[in-house]
Design a protein around this ligand. Sequence first.
Ligand code: ATR
Length: 269
Amino acid sequence: MSSYPRLCCSFATKPSKVGVQYHNACYRALGLDYTYVAFGVSDLPSAVQSLRTLDIRGCGVTMPFKEMVLPYLDRLDPVAARIKSVNTIVNDDGQLTGYNVDWYGARQALQEVTVLDGKTAVVVGAGGASRAVIYALVSSGAKVDLYNRSVDRAQALANEFGLLPAHPLDELPRVGHYDILVNATSVGYKAPEESIVPETILRPGAVLLDIVAEPLETLLMRQARARGMIVVPGYRMRLLQAAEQFRLYTGVDAPLAVMERALIEATGT
Ligand code: ATR
């Protein structure tokens, strides 16, 4: 752990207060001499160079920078290289390493409620978040069946991860047996009355992960609960990835209860 004040930050097109609140709440709770700030970034290469120039310890990266940032880093963690997406940069004496901890958050959040090995998962969505979720599932021994509005995009992803042939969204109402259902699309984000998953396919006793973290409770989560599903809310995935990010930056475990309270407060306001 460093003995001098350190700065961590996030890069987004529009700065968000959520990470600022939960990272700083944890630094205060543990008495760490760290500060976290959010930057709105328009020139990504210059912003990445500034991490070295200003000796900023760590940086969270959100869309659309998660893929764009790869060429500007010195090293890639092997999983980030596999997923081709970076959401966390760690600066060790000017050497920038890119990590992806979204997959870790997804795996941990699911493993809190179920065993993944041998399970069948239906994943809806084929964007960047979906890549991390698919990696979490496949690397834990689950079988993934992929559905997406743009089937070509989904098929490319299915080929890359060795999945079964991908399906267009209109086949979702005829989905077969599954143990785990994941909404990995952005549908429902800041839209508490929107869902693209038909209510008829929600199975009692199966697990639902909705990666949407804002609002804390989406329409899909409410419908799944009503149908007797085990619901893993997107904020849990966000929280667990943030805890891993915190550990990478500071070398110590995040105080999870403090982080969760701050995340819920910041998201809910
Ligand atoms: P992210 O990196 O957050 O996953 P993304 O790469 O833009 O963001 O991917 C968003 C996902 O949500 C995609 O699967 C997208 O479907 P397409 O690949 O067909 O674009 C899906 N998505 C977004 N809005 C949607 C909508 N209104 N209906 C169906 N799918 C939608």
